[in-house]
Design a protein around this ligand. Structure first.
Ligand code: ADP
Ligand code: NI
Length: 190
């Protein structure tokens, strides 16, 4: 049976991120996709295929990982799929509006962009967020203490910056876990 476009996108990103150990392995993009679909369902908004492809491809041209220009990795897949120029631009625009560091304080214009941004931000908090923070820190030669600072610089601020009510609801438990973790960390350090 012929694969679906989503299955082909999953294959594409699996190859692209294979062996990446800085918090951007293939499973990160897959979880962003799954988070995004859950948020979209709960919100009852957004075009499904645009959300799915924007989520799966959201880190394909991240400047920390790839030296591409003009979303070249995402475009390669979307062009192979023979999507219209208009749809390709829309997806690239969503992808470019998602990054936290590039867009501090800015909100994506489309509901699809807002949902994917929330889905990616959920990945930085909770149990997965804690794990990714130390994985990223370790792969950049940072100490545990240094990675703990990142909680105060970014991770604890995320739940207040989410776009959709459904993602805010999903963030509550994750936030509580990080608070408990930091409390325990403080106790063990003293
Ligand atoms: P994404 O590409 O998923 O939006 P980032 O590339 O910003 O996320 O970061 C990947 C993961 O690494 C995130 O979970 C983030 O919290 C963590 N991270 C980013 N910068 C630092 C840092 N300076 N120290 C520790 N962890 C970091
Ligand atoms: Ni990401």
């Amino acid at each position: 049976m012929e694969k679906t476009r989503i299955e082909r996108a999953i294959e594409y990103i699996t190859k692209l991120f294979q062996g990446n150990g800085d918090g951007h392995d293939p499973s990160h993009s897959l979880r962003v996709y799954k988070n995004a679909m859950s948020i979209a369902k709960a919100e009852g908004r957004g075009e499904e295929e645009i959300i799915a492809l924007s989520a799966l491809l959201h880190d394909c041209d991240d400047h920390k990982l790839f030296h591409t220009e003009n979303n070249a990795n995402a475009r390669r897949f979307l062009e192979q799929e023979k999507l219209s120029a208009e749809v390709i631009e829309e997806i690239c625009k969503n992808i470019n509006s998602v990054s936290f560091s590039k867009n501090r304080g800015k909100t994506p214009e489309t509901i699809e962009g807002k949902i994917v941004q929330d889905a990616d931000r959920l990945e930085a908090i909770g149990a997965v967020g804690i794990a990714r923070c130390f994985q990223f820190g370790g792969s950049h030669g940072r100490s545990l203490e240094n990675s703990i600072e990142h909680f105060y610089d970014k991770l604890l601020l995320i739940s207040k910056e989410l776009n959709t009510p459904s993602a805010r609801k999903m963030a509550e438990k994750r936030d509580k876990l990080m608070q408990d973790f930091l409390k325990e960390w403080g106790e063990e350090m003293n």
